[in-house]
Design a protein around this ligand. Structure first.
Ligand code: HSE
Length: 442
């Protein structure tokens, strides 16, 4: 490899020495011999940059030049590749990545927010300068899903890509369900364990998943990255009652990101989802991520692995550095930027699928009839209905106490469900806003 114009050394600049950055330095050192054998070049960290030089990170970077400003490191001619592990869609991370690309240096980044918001402009800049822009670590941590979609499945037409893309949410939902703990308790533990983003709203509000889904969707469908096209709901409204109801009905609740090719356009959505307990996705618990891909030739493929954490994310960063050492330069999103089409967006109202609905119904004559009638009026067919009083002895009928009713519908549309529930609420038998959770079939 080194004989075709490349030097025998690859000098790396790493900006951001948090959990992932420190792990990248450790991994490059631990794997130095194997990486040199695999790539034909020695990989050396020549420059580093972080906010605080004095902090003990348990890693030795004495041989590397220190920079206070990542933009200076990005433009320094002592590096051949710039690794951005700062995070955030704007500010220094963006400025440094742009500076590196302008200086014709390949970039490796784990920054999903940056790619979701500015991926197209950065890919165009990388293309113009003929350098790599690599981002395996930006989606699902250690799972090599970017490479799988871009290279491994190049011979397929991809129909759907969906998965558990946020470890924090999956950790929270898993612990709530298995240990019957509160949402707040589980979130605090996820933060202590270092899974959550600096602002956990990004995790629990579904935005982190949406950023990752925007990247996957572009890779899967050859479409421009378009986070604005994604319908986003988080897990804040999920209660123990929902998790128990799902369990009784043979489902689990997961925060899924789903991108699907339909005859009307590409549907992209992030929301809490009921998945059959027997499905591969349902069995993924804790901080683990999973990505399922439906494609015409390979049919179904599910990748499961660690989606967060220093070593796992560093594994993906180092794989990208190794590609650059080998001289590999793929189009960042699998196609030249000009060929990434602006696909029609399928609005959420047109989503088709089954629904779980949990209602708190006043126990009076006519309550059940109202629900059945409003569903039937919109041709919504019910797969199962559960209604039982939660406690106490027998009472005379029609005592008006609130009673939980749970429904599962066959496939219908979002519009029909919302209209039917608006009518049910207007009929006056419901004591709380209905809880609606979409069902995703395998
Ligand atoms: N906060 C993210 C998660 C980290 O919980 O999955 C990895 O992007």
């Amino acid at each position: 490899m080194a004989g075709d114009g490349m030097s025998t050394h690859l000098r790396v600049g790493v900006a951001g020495l948090g959990t992932v950055g420190a792990s990248v330095l450790r991994l490059l050192e631990r794997q130095a011999v194997d990486l040199a054998n695999r790539t034909g070049r020695t990989i050396r960290v020549a420059g580093v940059c972080a906010l605080d030089k004095s902090r003990d990170r348990g890693v030795d970077f004495a041989g590397a030049r220190w920079f206070d400003d990542p933009v200076d490191l990005a433009g320094w001619d002592g590096i051949d590749v710039f690794v951005e592990l700062i995070g955030g869609a704007e500010g220094k991370a963006k400025a440094a990545v742009e500076a590196a690309l302008r200086a014709r240096k390949p970039v490796v980044t784990a920054n999903k927010a940056l790619l979701a918001e500015h991926g197209m402009a950065l890919a165009a800049l990388a293309e113009e300068k003929h350098v790599a822009l690599a981002f395996e670590a930006s989606v699902a941590g250690g799972i090599p899903v970017v490479k799988t979609l871009r290279e491994g499945l190049a011979g397929n037409q991809i129909v759907r890509v969906y998965g558990i893309l946020n470890g924090t949410c999956n950790y929270i939902l898993s612990r709530m369900e298995l240990e019957e703990l509160s949402f707040e308790e589980c979130l605090a533990d996820a933060q202590k364990l270092g899974y959550a983003e600096a602002d956990p709203t990004f995790d629990i509000g579904g935005f982190d998943t949406a950023h990752k889904l925007a990247i996957l969707s572009a890779l899967a469908f050859g479409a421009a990255v378009d986070p604005g096209a994604i319908h986003v709901e988080g897990i804040q409204a999920i209660t123990l009652a929902d998790l128990k109801a799902a369990d009784e009905l043979g489902y689990r609740i997961k925060l899924l990101g789903v991108a699907q090719r339909t005859p009307l356009g590409i549907e992209q959505r992030v929301h809490p989802t009921m998945v059959p307990k027997s499905s591969a996705i349902a069995r993924v618990m804790g901080v683990t991520n999973a990505v399922a891909i439906d494609a015409d030739a390979v049919k179904e493929l599910t990748l499961v692995g660690p989606g967060a954490g220093g070593e796992a994310t560093a594994s993906a960063v180092v794989a990208d550095i190794a590609d650059i050492a080998r001289g590999v330069r793929s189009a960042p999103f699998g196609l030249p930027v000009a060929a990434l089409g602006k696909s029609a967006r399928l609005p959420m109202q047109r989503h088709e699928g089954g629904y779980f609905i949990r209602l708190s119904v006043e126990n009076r004559p006519g309550a059940f009839a109202s629900i059945a009638k409003r569903m039937a009026e919109r041709n919504i067919s019910l797969e199962s209905i559960m209604q039982h009083r939660t406690g106490g002895g027998p009472v005379a009928s029609g005592d008006g106490e609130p009673m939980p009713v749970k429904l599962i519908t066959y496939a219908t549309t979002e519009t029909k469900i919302r209209e039917a529930l608006d009518d049910v609420v207007r009929d006056g038998f419901i004591s709380h806003a209905p809880q609606v959770i979409r069902i995703e079939r395998e």
